[in-house]
Design a binder for this molecule. Structure first.
Ligand SMILES: [Zn+2]
Ligand SMILES: [Zn+2]
Length: 368
């Protein structure tokens, strides 16, 4: 692998990926070059691959390198880079987890301390493959980290298969459950048991949730949700009607409804059902549907009458990534954190996408 920088180019939905070689980006002052070891297929990439919503418009004729949920080892440090974002010394060969976007640090959102909402975060993903840093997505061998992309050294007891989901799925869940203040005694419903869903079960329990109810329709995912802390499972193959599922949540919560419902299915069609599972002063957390062009039904009188609220989180701030890493280290021996992903070599990216889209496999991890 040394000396070559392979990357998978995506052109448009329905067209196969093409693997090409690019130069390895040099590390410039303040930044670093990462040799990627693995990158997951995130739900957002599945939506792009399928052409859901309006995401299809981001494609270009020259192709785009997708991939952002990833991890790697330091290949080269730029001038002046000696420590990670907690102040630990960093050296070539160290394993790291990184923020895959770069908040600008000086816009209105950043100034208010909400770097997760910076509208300039993703400008680093734009540009031509012919110009440095060439490969701007993680379905490649090498990636350049810009000076303001937070990165952290990975603790020894956290494996690559555990850490690879930290910089998108897990950090977003950490920030999301914080935003809706999941607290001691809360009753939480998790809609969808993919990567984000199973993490939401575990983090909700860690934050003191009295009860976590997980909903899905695939045995393997439901089993993993249970191992990650879900107390009750709702299988939508058995309870095929929305009304039945809402009733079960009401029964399990002695008629009150859930304090928090988390949407990590990725389709707007489940939101109304989730809102109806909420009890008085309930909080709905929307995290799964991040492409525009769809909508959902909502009875505003229900929200107002019961003092409910809807929150959403689309990415995360640097501290959430650090907390995600600490969560993994703290639970490395206790939870099945190595079982979230299934490995495929980068060359099999086409099959990997098809298999993940079919729901047959858990979160796919492309190994470089
Ligand atoms: Zn993602
Ligand atoms: Zn900003």
């Amino acid at each position: 692998m040394t000396g070559t920088n392979r990357a998978a180019l995506f052109f448009e939905p329905g067209k196969p990926f093409e693997i090409r070689e690019f130069p390895i980006p040099e590390a410039r002052p303040g930044g670093l070059t990462l040799r990627l070891t693995r990158a997951n297929i995130c739900g957002s990439e599945l939506h792009i691959w399928r052409g859901d919503g309006r995401l299809g418009q981001i494609i270009t004729p020259k192709g785009r390198i997708l991939g952002h949920e990833a991890t790697g080892i330091v290949h080269a440090l730029g001038e002046g880079v000696t420590r990670d974002w907690t102040g630990q010394p960093i050296a070539e060969g160290d394993r790291i987890a990184y923020q895959y976007f770069q908040p600008c640090g000086r816009c209105r959102s950043c100034t208010r301390g909400m770097t997760e909402a910076c509208r300039y975060s993703f400008t680093i993903q734009r540009g031509s493959h012919d110009e440095w840093p060439y490969t701007r997505g993680a379905f490649s061998d090498y990636l350049y980290l810009h000076p303001n992309q937070a990165f952290f050294k990975v603790p020894e007891n956290v494996t690559d298969t555990m850490i690879v989901s930290a910089n998108c799925a897990l950090a977003q869940v950490v920030m999301g459950l914080d935003r809706v203040d999941v607290a001691l005694g809360d009753r939480v419903v998790v809609q969808g048991c993919g990567g984000l869903g199973v993490y939401a079960c575990a983090i909700a329990k860690e934050r003191g949730a009295e009860m976590v109810i997980a909903i899905d329709g695939i045995d393997e995912r439901l089993a993993l949700a249970e191992q990650m802390g879900a107390d009750h499972l709702i299988d939508f193959r058995e309870l095929s009607e929305s009304k039945q599922r809402i009733e079960v949540v009401k029964e399990l919560t002695q008629g009150w409804g859930a304090d928090v419902v988390v949407e990590v299915v990725g389709y707007a069609s489940v939101i109304n059902e989730g809102l109806r599972m909420l009890g008085s002063a309930g909080r709905y957390l929307e995290m799964g549907t991040f492409y525009t062009g769809t909508s959902f039904e909502c009875d505003p009188g229900r929200l107002v009458g019961q003092n409910q609220r809807i929150d959403s989180v689309g990415s995360y701030d640097a501290i959430s990534l650090q907390r995600a890493i600490e969560f993994l280290s703290r639970n490395a021996e206790r939870l099945p954190l190595d079982d979230i992903v299934v490995d495929y070599p980068l060359e099999q990216i086409e099959t990997a996408f098809a298999d993940q889209a079919s729901g047959r496999v858990r979160r796919v991890s492309l190994v470089m």
